[in-house]
Design a protein around this ligand. Structure first.
Ligand code: SF4
Length: 372
């Protein structure tokens, strides 16, 4: 949640304007934006004012985007909304032309693109082409996969050549038996083969990216395999191994925390009332409708990825473009009604960040290989 805070930005102002560089962290991983133009840098400061002034019609262009390449998945993970709640949507792949339109309009201003939402990004055959298109505008692109779409050599090479900044592989187990308890329908051998291929091709090409983050979502049934998974990450030669807290959306079912919350408290997203699994309340501030523009696979510009029903869409990119939607009357009305703390919008009522005791969903990351 905490990308681009004043405390991180101010010390970097000289570097930003003189060298066109900016360092930031996302999900505890380090990133560097380079070749930042004066136009992009100027907008960065203008749009930064939004988090202080919070105008209903935001100033400048957004600097962070989240885009949904595919709104369906090849696995059926029990806690993912894609398995149950968002399944009612028509399975859609984001067309390349829609993405191109998005980048053509915002690319001169964006620093960071988070390339996932609900669904498996690698199901979109144009994904690598889209990454390359965004990268050509100097945008740091970050995506995530369950790793179950088998990559042949040519596809793996296309991925490495796309200019992708970093790639998360979700690997929540070190054995097939444990892995498939959550990643239902998934095959650990396919995931590991994909990782091995990308690491090898990247090394042969002498490239530093994509940075590979093997990420383990910690749950009660798999926490015992963390050491084994860490050893696996080291053997595969990935850059990072990280641990993420599990999202347990109450709308999916009851007693989720009892079933899935890890026993080790450090790995939990929530603190509980004594001897229960009732989540303790924790302070919560959300500025998502100002800080991040979100495009779903159908072209809707939504206030946050949790608006999976598009009920609060600001508008469709194919009917007027991104900025018309971002600054539209519907967007204005939503932001006017939005509170930084608790909201009764259907998307916010049980927001995963509400009552979260960790600033970032990722609670631990370990660098597995040395950088030069
Ligand atoms: S669901 Fe609502 S409160 Fe949660 S991140 Fe999205 S906009 Fe913010």
């Amino acid at each position: 949640m905490n990308v681009f805070n004043a405390g991180d930005v101010v010390p970097q102002i000289p570097k930003l304007f003189w060298r066109g560089e900016f360092d930031f962290e996302f999900e505890l991983l380090p990133y560097r934006s380079t070749r930042i133009s004066a136009k992009k840098a100027a907008n960065f400061f203008v749009s930064g004012l939004n988090q202080y002034l919070r105008p209903a019609r935001p100033l400048g262009y957004p600097v962070i985007a989240q885009v949904e390449p595919a709104n369906f998945c090849n696995l059926s993970c029990p806690l993912c909304l894609t398995t149950s709640i968002t399944k009612s949507r028509i399975p859609t792949l984001l067309p390349f032309e829609t993405f191109q339109r998005f980048i053509d309009e915002c690319g001169d201003y964006l620093l960071h693109l988070i390339f996932w939402n609900w669904g498996e990004p690698f199901l979109n055959p144009d994904l690598f082409r889209m990454i390359a298109y965004a990268k050509a505008r100097g945008i740091v692109v970050h995506t995530s996969t369950n790793g179950n779409v088998a990559l042949d050599e040519a596809r793996a090479e296309a991925l490495v050549d796309s200019g992708l900044g970093s790639l998360v592989f979700a690997v929540d187990g070190a054995t097939q038996r444990t892995y498939e308890k959550y990643r239902k329908g998934g095959r650990l051998d396919v995931v590991l083969a994909n990782i091995e291929k990308i690491v090898r091709i990247r090394m042969l090409k002498g490239l530093a990216s994509p940075v590979i983050n093997m990420r383990f979502v910690v749950m009660k049934h798999n926490e015992v395999e963390i050491p084994q998974a860490r050893a696996l990450a080291a053997k595969l030669g990935v850059d990072f191994f990280s641990l993420k807290t599990v999202d347990m959306p109450p709308k999916i079912g009851v007693d989720l925390d009892k079933t899935y919350a890890p026993t080790k408290e450090n790995y939990r997203r929530y603190e509980y009332e004594r001897d229960t699994f009732q989540r303790k309340s924790a302070p919560f501030v959300c500025m998502r409708p100002w800080k991040r523009v979100t495009l779903d696979a159908t072209g809707e510009i939504i206030p946050c990825e949790y608006d999976y029903l598009n009920k609060h869409s600001f508008g469709n990119i194919n009917q007027g473009g991104v900025m018309n939607a971002w600054k539209s009357e519907r967007g204005v009305a939503f932001r006017k009604a939005f509170h930084l703390g608790h909201n009764e919008f259907y998307l916010c009522r049980d927001c995963t960040y509400k009552n979260s005791i960790v600033d970032d969903c990722t609670v631990e990351r370990q660098r597995m290989i040395k950088t030069t």
